[in-house]
Design a protein around this ligand. Structure first.
Ligand SMILES: Nc1ncnc2c1ncn2[C@@H]1O[C@H](COP(=O)(O)OP(=O)(O)OP(=O)(O)O)[C@@H](O)[C@H]1O
Ligand SMILES: [Mg+2]
Length: 273
């Protein structure tokens, strides 16, 4: 039996989760989302909206931050995963690329990529996968002997994504890939995400402040504000939505503080008219 709202091709399902830091700070207030197999799903929202917290809740990385999921459930292929440790989740095919493109700075680019394969039993295929990563990121092949700490921000982001690919994941949770990168590089990274999605069938859940670029590459989007999903829909619809245009695509009026303010303002107006 499938749960209500869950379709056959749902891979990851977050149901009404609440996250609290340090026992008192309520950050996620009932977040629900579905990630279908083979899609690119975007989790959008401004600074501090709760995007990283949502991804960390999924991959069980909250404990080291003194955070915990206090309500709701997280299912992967219909199975509860919120009590697994991150390594077990990787074995199930879910890997997170952390915000801020964490690399092992003292290792070379290639050594960084190889660390991504450590959970795999089929060591024989690793060389072929390294080549696969290099076809998506030719720049990393050129830089493979360089110490990661001395490569550019864009190259480090590529290394972080490449390392995730080396675990042959079914799903990648990608946190803020555009952070701190020049627009042209951001575009290049999203193009690669798109081709990995199309050619390798990898499912993506990506957190982004950059709504514009994310909605051009994602199939579906969720907008998070102050720990709540305020809107969701197919990316093409969100791109055309007047509220989204106004608030997230750079056409905002001064003076209105949040997306929710505008929505309730519109709702009030409708009730009054
Ligand atoms: N370890 C922590 N302890 C207490 N509060 C935290 C902790 N980590 C995050 N928060 C708070 O939780 C809220 C959500 O933060 P989060 O990092 O999830 O947002 P975000 O959407 O990823 O933001 P950004 O776009 O800036 O990365 C913020 O108010 C933040 O201050
Ligand atoms: Mg974040």
């Amino acid at each position: 039996m499938l749960d209500a709202g869950r379709t056959q091709d749902t891979l990851l399902e977050v149901n009404n989760i609440e996250v609290i830091y340090n026992h008192v700070i309520l950050v996620l207030k009932g977040v629900s989302l579905n990630v279908p197999k083979g899609g690119i799903t975007a989790l959008l929202g401004g600074n501090g909206a709760g995007k990283t917290t949502t991804l960390k809740a999924i991959s069980n990385l909250l404990h080291s931050e003194r955070g915990e999921v206090t309500k709701g459930s997280i299912l992967y292929r219909g199975e509860r995963v919120q009590d697994l440790n991150p390594a077990d989740l990787v074995k199930k095919g879910v890997i997170q690329v952390m915000e801020g493109r964490h690399c092992f700075e003292h290792l070379t680019v290639e050594e960084n990529l190889l660390t991504g394969a450590y959970t795999r039993p089929d060591k024989g295929a690793i060389a072929a996968d390294l080549e696969m990563v290099y076809t998506y990121f030719p720049r990393l092949k050129e830089r493979r002997k360089s110490q990661a700490g001395y490569t550019s921000g864009g190259e480090q982001q590529m290394t972080a994504i490449g390392r995730a690919l080396m675990s042959r994941p079914e799903t990648i949770l990608l946190d803020e890939p555009s952070m701190g990168l020049a627009p042209q590089l951001v575009e290049q990274i999203f193009e690669i995400v798109k081709s990995v999605n199309e050619n390798e069938g990898v499912t993506f859940l990506l957190a982004e402040q950059n709504t514009n670029v994310a909605l051009r590459y994602a199939h579906y989007g969720y907008i998070l504000e102050s720990g709540r999903i305020v809107m969701d829909g197919p990316a093409a619809d969100l791109r055309e939505n007047p509220d989204v245009k106004e608030f997230y695509l750079g056409m905002a009026d001064e003076g209105r503080k949040s997306f929710r303010d505008v929505r309730s303002y519109r709702r009030r107006k409708r009730w009054l008219s």
